[in-house]
Design a protein around this ligand. Structure first.
Ligand code: SF4
Ligand code: FES
Length: 386
């Protein structure tokens, strides 16, 4: 599937040039706290507790350092970033530093007044996540009552304020059949962009792979639906289609290549090359409390480890796609093969590829998938309502 993905934005660069270049974006995970409990959560297995989160002043310093480093966009994320009472203070400093600010939110804890205030302080863009456009299914996926109705309101406020809106729709076997309605919802909300994001199975989502994996036929059909809608909605809605790795022949250039374009700061201040990279043993994650962001970007061990192509083993080392997909996803290689140095098993040249595809085919064919393991900050338990 990934062979059809547009790759122009990942045109190869010499490693030296990449190191000298600033990242485009920084994902600021302001908190891991979240009112929702989605089983496909992309946050790590170990969540940062509230008393370990960076202070307001520390986040503000991250914003200033990011601007100095040459970063252009700040994605204020979580968990649910609106649970930080000081979100306004962070947005204020980010905007004054000249950064483009994007709020990534589930919306359910936002008010119209607060959104207006954030806009007045310089918030540029809102990315609103949805679970489904069917109320009951949205509630089942998030374990949160009345979420969809609230999200509709939030979408309307965003557009009423004249702000650009992106709808983020994680896709899996329990909502993939509803994709046409999800696209219609984005149009109805006045969104300019939709992310049709097939679940990526690492961190928490990996626990629920057997529950959430769609069939190959469903995935092919969804790709056709996106292609048709892209044509029909040209000039109205832009599509980001994150294809499901498990049915791919070649992997995605995960993160646009390790240490090439983005960095991620966790609630407690650890700086990661990728939000799931804490699943990889042996990486050393520097903290913004101890080291400057620019120094971490250029010299941090975790950033250097898989930057460029020199770390690669065969088959990647001699592959013509090495500087196109950068060997795929390190976290997926770790999750499926037990070694992050391996080729992403989504690649047809990986010795693990057949087992990888077979896992997806077997799990998605299961008529009675296992119950979700919901994402909770407290004790974790499985429920049997799916
Ligand atoms: Fe990409 Fe490596 Fe597969 Fe080549 S062998 S397509 S570089 S993952
Ligand atoms: Fe970490 Fe792909 S999710 S490199």
């Amino acid at each position: 599937m990934n062979e059809i993905a547009p790759l122009e934005q990942f045109s190869p660069d010499p490693v030296a040039e990449v190191c000298a270049r600033a990242p485009v974006g920084l994902l600021a995970e302001l908190t891991h706290r979240c009112p929702l409990q989605c089983p496909y959560c992309s946050n790590p297995l170990e969540l940062d507790r509230v008393n370990t989160e960076l202070t307001t002043a520390e986040w503000q310093d991250v914003m200033r350092q990011a601007a100095e480093l040459g970063i252009l966009q700040i994605h204020l994320s979580g968990g649910e970033p609106t649970l930080r009472k000081d979100l306004e203070d962070i947005v204020d400093v980010a905007a004054k530093a000249g950064l483009y600010t994007n709020l990534i939110t589930a919306g359910v804890t936002l008010t119209e007044d607060r959104l207006k205030k954030l806009q007045d302080l310089g918030l540029d863009h809102v990315q609103l996540s949805i679970q489904d456009v069917d109320d009951a299914n949205a509630e089942r996926m998030s374990a949160y009552k009345g979420g969809l109705a609230k999200k509709r309101e939030v979408g309307k406020w965003v557009r009423k304020l004249g702000m650009p809106l992106t709808i983020n729709a994680p896709i899996h076997r329990f909502n993939i059949e509803n994709l046409p309605n999800i696209i219609d919802f984005a149009v109805e909300m006045g969104a300019g962009r939709i992310e049709v994001a097939n679940i990526q199975y690492y961190a928490w989502a990996l626990k629920n792979r057997a529950s959430l994996m769609p069939t190959r036929a469903q995935v092919i059909k969804s790709a056709e639906i996106v292609e048709e809608a892209k044509e029909r909605l040209k000039g109205i809605l832009v599509f980001d289609f994150v294809v499901p790795d498990y049915y791919a022949k070649t992997p995605k250039p995960c993160m646009g290549g390790w240490g090439r374009g983005v960095m991620n700061v966790t609630p407690q201040g650890k700086v990661l090359p990728c939000h799931a990279s804490e699943t990889i043993p042996g990486l050393i994650f520097d903290n913004v409390k101890d080291r400057r962001l620019a120094d971490i970007w250029l010299n941090g061990q975790a950033f250097q480890k898989y930057r460029g192509t020199s770390w690669m083993k065969e088959p990647c080392r001699s592959c013509p796609r090495a500087e196109i997909d950068f060997g795929g996803c390190r976290c997926q290689a770790m999750a499926f093969t037990g070694d992050a140095d391996n080729t992403d098993p989504a690649c047809k040249f990986s010795p693990y590829h057949a087992a990888f595809v077979s896992a997806a085919e077997q799990e998605s064919a299961e008529a009675a998938p296992p119950p979700f393991v919901y994402r909770r900050m407290g004790p974790i338990k499985a429920t049997s309502d799916n």
